[in-house]
Ligand binder design. Structure first.
Ligand SMILES: *Cc1c(COP(=O)(O)O)cnc(C)c1O
Length: 223
């Protein structure tokens, strides 16, 4: 068995049922994705549009592609209709652009809104307050071809596990607040994507049901 298949098997064994594993294949060649595919993996995560499109074209059609990187507005059209889930919607402008392009293409696009809680990490994402306001003001009602399935977030990149746990708690808390208090009538809002190779166990303990794992499956990336 290849090491990629072994890593996937190990992770599946460690993870509770009900947690979806997204294999983050960015910077790794299509041949590595195929190894994972042959081990039964179907969900893959990519973060750059060009790279995603090249892989999507040549790899099996039943792969569920998760787009997880910052998506520039001028590139939205290129990926519409090709993703199972866009996890990294980080502004309202991007969200409504996705909706427009999905309408034009006649498809329904599933997305997660990215929330930003980590201190020193990526600046992308809604703040907790912006996210609460978005749902309080019921702006999602204007969407016709986009379904908001939940929230994605990242913890601070630090060895301090308490800090990481605290970040995941904040992300889970805003998710629950939207789901239970702010917009309890929102249907199909049930995906909480948190956790990467180094911190997925903590994320799952804090309620994550999608983990995005790259290096623990494919090894280190050569940028
Ligand atoms: C690269 C990336 C991952 C995977 O990171 P690993 O540490 O390699 O598991 C997860 N989520 C996002 C948003 C990423 O960009």
């Amino acid at each position: 068995m290849s090491s990629i298949a072994q890593n996937i098997e190990f992770l599946r064994h460690e993870m509770p049922a009900g947690v979806a594993l997204v294999a983050v294949s960015k910077f790794h060649p299509a041949s590595c994705i195929l190894e994972a595919y042959e081990a039964g993996q179907r969900k893959f995560g990519e973060s750059r549009v060009q790279e995603f499109l090249e892989k999507e074209k040549e790899l099996p059609g039943d792969i569920e592609w998760h787009f997880i990187g910052h998506l520039q507005t001028n590139k939205v059209r290129q990926i519409i209709g090709k993703t199972a889930l866009i996890e990294s919607v980080d502004t309202e402008r991007l969200l409504f652009l996705i909706d427009n392009e999905s309408a034009k293409a006649g498809v329904m696009t599933r997305v997660l809104l990215q929330v930003h809680v980590a201190k020193e990490e990526t600046k992308f994402g809604f703040s907790e307050e912006e996210l609460a306001d978005f749902f309080k003001e019921r702006k999602f009602e204007a969407l016709t071809h986009t379904h908001i399935s939940g929230i994605m977030g990242m913890a601070s990149n630090t060895p301090d596990e308490e800090r990481v746990r605290d970040d995941f708690r904040r992300i889970a808390a805003i998710f629950k607040r939207i789901k239970m208090d702010i917009a309890p009538d929102l249907r199909g809002f049930d995906q909480l994507s948190m956790g990467m190779s180094g911190d997925w166990k903590i994320a799952v303990e804090e309620g994550s049901n999608i983990v995005r794992i790259g290096s623990a499956i494919f090894g280190v990336r050569n940028y």
